[in-house]
Design a binder for this molecule. Structure first.
Ligand SMILES: [Zn+2]
Length: 248
């Protein structure tokens, strides 16, 4: 009996799954023995309808947006937690671990916005871009470059380097999406470093360093990501409304 119930449940789910998210049919598949039709009674039909609703829910632009907003909130909380939990008397490697973790989470927040807008940019490329500018610190440690006056960073932390990374996409056109992701991640890196210190944004034109408040960095990051998710929701409901219009 238990085996029979299990088989019926699997068939019922399969019937719904096979129709995907585009309006699942509650009709049994062709070739199924009528005696096994699990939708014969009202209770089963209601159960199937509930399952159908559960499976179509992720398609809703508003549900998707809520899920993205929740993910953004979790990342922002983690960024704040890193700031609070970082020991005051940290050694450089310890600070490095906390800082890179913060950069990765910052890139993830930007990546959630990009994902919400369904832009074809791999998240991993944004994560790579979120830490790549700190190769400048490695060059500093190897005495190839020096930190600029008023900052702990070199010219590696500048818009010129971001533009250079983005322009790589024009040379390596098959991977232009990846270079774009790296460039976006690098922008998120600059923004975080401005919140935790200063960077020479306009290097090599000028070595003037720029910074902002940490809470302004958080607010700017959250605002940008929420705006992207909100834009995606608006576009989603627009597409749904157009799709549901009766054809002339
Ligand atoms: Zn940095």
């Amino acid at each position: 009996m238990a085996v029979t119930v299990s088989v019926l449940s699997k068939w019922r789910l399969a019937s719904i799954c096979d129709d995907g998210l585009n309006g699942p049919s509650l009709q049994p598949r062709r070739g199924v023995v009528p005696l096994l039709n699990p939708l014969a009674d009202g209770t089963t039909a209601r159960t199937a309808a509930t399952l159908t609703a559960m499976m179509t829910l992720p398609k809703s632009p508003l549900f998707r947006s809520l899920a993205y907003l929740a993910a953004i909130a979790v990342c922002l909380l983690a960024i704040v937690a890193i700031r609070i939990l970082e020991p005051a008397d940290k050694a450089l490697p310890v600070h490095g671990v906390y800082d890179e973790l913060g950069h990765l989470l910052t890139a993830v927040v930007a990546g959630i916005g990009v994902r919400a807008l369904r832009l074809p940019i791999p998240l991993w490329s944004m994560l790579l871009g979120g830490v790549v500018l700190d190769l400048g610190h490695v060059l500093q440690m190897m005495d190839y470059v020096n930190a600029l006056e008023g900052s702990t960073r070199s010219g590696s932390h500048s818009i010129a380097v971001v533009i250079l990374l983005a322009c790589m996409g024009f040379l390596d056109r098959r991977r232009a999406d990846i270079w774009l992701g790296i460039a976006i991640g690098a922008v998120s890196h600059l923004w975080r470093d401005m919140g935790t210190g200063t960077v020479a944004l306009m290097w090599p034109v000028t070595e003037t360093v720029y910074g902002t408040l940490y809470r302004r960095y958080l607010a700017g990051l959250a605002g940008m990501a929420v705006a992207m998710v909100g834009s995606a929701a608006l576009l989603g409901v627009h597409v749904q409304a157009v799709d549901q219009e009766p054809s002339p």
